[in-house]
Structures are given as C-alpha cells and as structure tokens.
Design a protein around this ligand. Structure first.
Ligand SMILES: NC(=O)c1ccc[n+]([C@@H]2O[C@H](COP(=O)([O-])OP(=O)(O)OC[C@H]3O[C@@H](n4cnc5c(N)ncnc54)[C@H](O)[C@@H]3O)[C@@H](O)[C@H]2O)c1
Ligand SMILES: O=C(O)C(=O)C[C@]1(C(=O)O)C=C[C@@H](O)C=C1
Length: 294
C-alpha cells in the first residue's frame, strides 16, 4: 500500500529498465509527471512518443527542480559522473534510487559525490530484465513478481527507505536487502558469469573460419545458451569492469570445473560425467520449482 503519490519523478537513462519503472508507476497512478534525462536526444524523443516520459529535460538543474524521486538507470560506468553532476541541484525532499547491476561501485560513488544527501539515497537492483534494450523494450509489468535487491546505506532515514521500498513495491517487485559486497559476490556468480560465458562462446564460434557453417547448424540448444549474448555490450562492459574482482574469482572457479570435466573426458569416465550431469539437472530442476532455501 503506497502512502502518497510521487508527483515529479526523474528518470535518467530512459531505456528498458528506466522506462519500465516509469510505466509501472504510471500504471499505478502514482506519478503526476515523469521527466526524462539522458545521453541521446533520439532515444528520449522515442520515450516521449511512447508515453513513457512526459517531458525531456536539458540538464540536472532543470530536471531536479521540485523532484520527488530520481531513478538512475544508465550503464553503471556512467553513474558516478551523473552523481557528481546532480549533487549541486539535489533538493532536500528528493529521494534517489538507482537500478545498477553492481552495487559496490555505486555506493562508493554515492559516498564520494552525494555525501550531503546520504539520508535519502537508497541503492537498488531490479533482478529483471532482458537481452533487449532501449525505451521501445520497456513494459509496465517488467518488475511484476520479480526481486529487487536494495543495499541501503546506514545513513538512510527510515522514511526514505520506506518510500523507495514503496516505489519499487508499486512496480510489483518483491524486495530484499543485502550488503553491496554480498550483492556483488552473488550476482557475479549467477548473472555476470553466465553473461560472460555466453558472450565468450558466441565470440569464439563467430571468429572461426567455418563460422557460417557452424551457425547454419546451430539450433535451440545454442539459442538457449546464447540468448544473453544479444545483451547490450556497453552495459555489460561496465558491469564486468565494475565487478571484475568477484567476476575473476567466479571465472577461476568455473575454469577449475571445466578442467575437471576435461580430465573426465580424457579418462573416458562416463559414470563420473553422468553423475555430474545428473547432479546439475537435479539442481536446476529444483531451482525451477523454487526448491531452495531463501
Ligand atoms: N537489462 C537488464 O537486464 C538489466 C537488469 C537490471 C539492471 N540493469 C541495469 O539498468 C541500467 C540500464 O540498463 P537498460 O537495460 O535499461 O539499458 P538500455 O540501454 O535499455 O537503457 C540505458 C539508457 O541510458 C542512456 N544512457 C547511456 N549513457 C548515459 C549517460 N551517461 N547519461 C544518461 N543516460 C545515458 C541510454 O541512452 C539509454 O536510453 C544499467 O545500469 C544496467 O546495469 C539492467
Ligand atoms: O533476462 C535477462 O536477459 C537478464 O540477463 C536479466 C539479468 C540476469 O538475470 O542476469 C541481467 C542483469 C541484471 O542486472 C539483472 C537481471
């Protein structure tokens, strides 16, 4: 239950994630106007024509005037600069959240550039998305029934935290909280590594002399494994660089697993291979059925 509407909401980076947030709040009747801010005039015009935003702002000074809530939804590598630019214009009533896929770097940026506003900046990460990007991919129900992880700052006021929880909750999300460190470790394993592997496999196939032949026979197994290699390269560059330490650790663990599997193949050890596949299938099926400790 949301206690009061948000009035003026500013979305910086009106793509899949920012656009879906705006549409969800609009559908709930929780916002009087959504102001869009971004890097590309053409994509903001598109968001305007799709009814995702109500106006385009030329800069932070104009956008932040009487703003109730700001969502930062551009690639994580651009967020720190945005924080620096917005700092002089942030008014005392304005709440800020973000949608960045990494959290340690975002929290570091907040402490560097928005120190005077720590009570009301609540970092977040919606665990929902797609390989598609841009305003035209945005939908009002993207967050419905999906998780949003908040990494609140100790300085957050109870009221600010409650209001930001209300905003994401109104989008239909289930909320949880963790530290930025834990967040980045968890998502290195279950989001960032899988994307890296998908990009790597497709890149490897594409670079081969007989890639046309290989692609011509690739079917649904390849399609399922590689779907996320259609994701936005800039976004994933930024995520991988921001979380590179945790990601390298995950990559090392994965390389050990591959080395073990390679050894089983070299030994022709069918039973061990079958056990590994059975364990993996059982684990995935249990995950699909929601059988895991929360
Ligand atoms: N796509 C996903 O599955 C997903 C899921 C959860 C979180 N995220 C995070 O959400 C953010 C946005 O991702 P998306 O999928 O909406 O990407 P997107 O490409 O659909 O949208 C990003 C928007 O930001 C704009 N932009 C780029 N650089 C900018 C800058 N310096 N200043 C202002 N605007 C800028 C782009 O023009 C674009 O409109 C990223 O931080 C990403 O890590 C993405
Ligand atoms: O569904 C997809 O295409 C996604 O990649 C979404 C996904 C993920 O599950 O890894 C990607 C990045 C995010 O930060 C959160 C969600």
């Amino acid at each position: 239950m949301v206690s009061a509407p948000f009035g003026r909401v500013v979305v910086c980076g009106v793509g899949l994630i920012g656009g879906s947030f705006a549409l969800a709040l609009k559908r709930q009747g929780l916002v009087r106007e959504v102001v869009g801010l971004g890097r590309s005039r053409a994509s903001l015009e598109e968001a305007l024509s799709l009814g995702i935003i109500d106006s385009i702002s030329e800069g932070w000074a104009d956008a932040l005037r009487a703003a109730d809530l700001v969502l930062l939804a551009m690639p994580v590598g651009s967020m720190t600069a945005a924080m620096e630019a917005m700092a002089p214009h942030l008014e005392p009533q304005t709440l800020v959240t973000d949608a960045g896929s990494t959290k340690r770097d975002i929290v570091e940026g907040i402490y560097t550039h928005l120190r005077a506003h720590l009570d009301r900046i609540v970092p977040a990460h919606p665990i929902a998305g797609a390989e598609r990007s841009g305003a035209s991919a945005a939908t009002a129900d993207l967050y419905q029934g999906r998780k949003v992880v908040l990494t609140p700052l100790v300085e957050n006021s109870a009221e600010a935290l409650a209001r930001v929880r209300e905003a994401w909750g109104a989008c239909g999300a289930e909320l949880s909280e963790m530290s930025p460190q834990e967040h980045d470790r968890v998502f290195a394993a279950v989001s960032h590594l899988p994307h890296l592997l998908a990009f790597a496999l497709v890149h490897d196939i594409a670079e081969r002399a007989n890639s046309d032949e290989l692609f011509s026979f690739a079917a649904s197994g390849f399609r399922d494994f590689s779907r996320i290699a259609s994701s936005h390269p800039e976004m994933w560059r930024d995520i991988c660089i921001a979380n590179r330490h945790a990601l390298q650790a995950e990559l090392d663990t994965y390389l050990s697993e591959l080395a073990w599997i390679r050894a089983l193949l070299a030994q022709g050890d069918g039973p061990a291979l079958e056990k590994l596949f059975t364990d993996a299938r059982d684990a995935r099926n249990a995950w699909l059925a929601g059988h895991f400790k929360a």
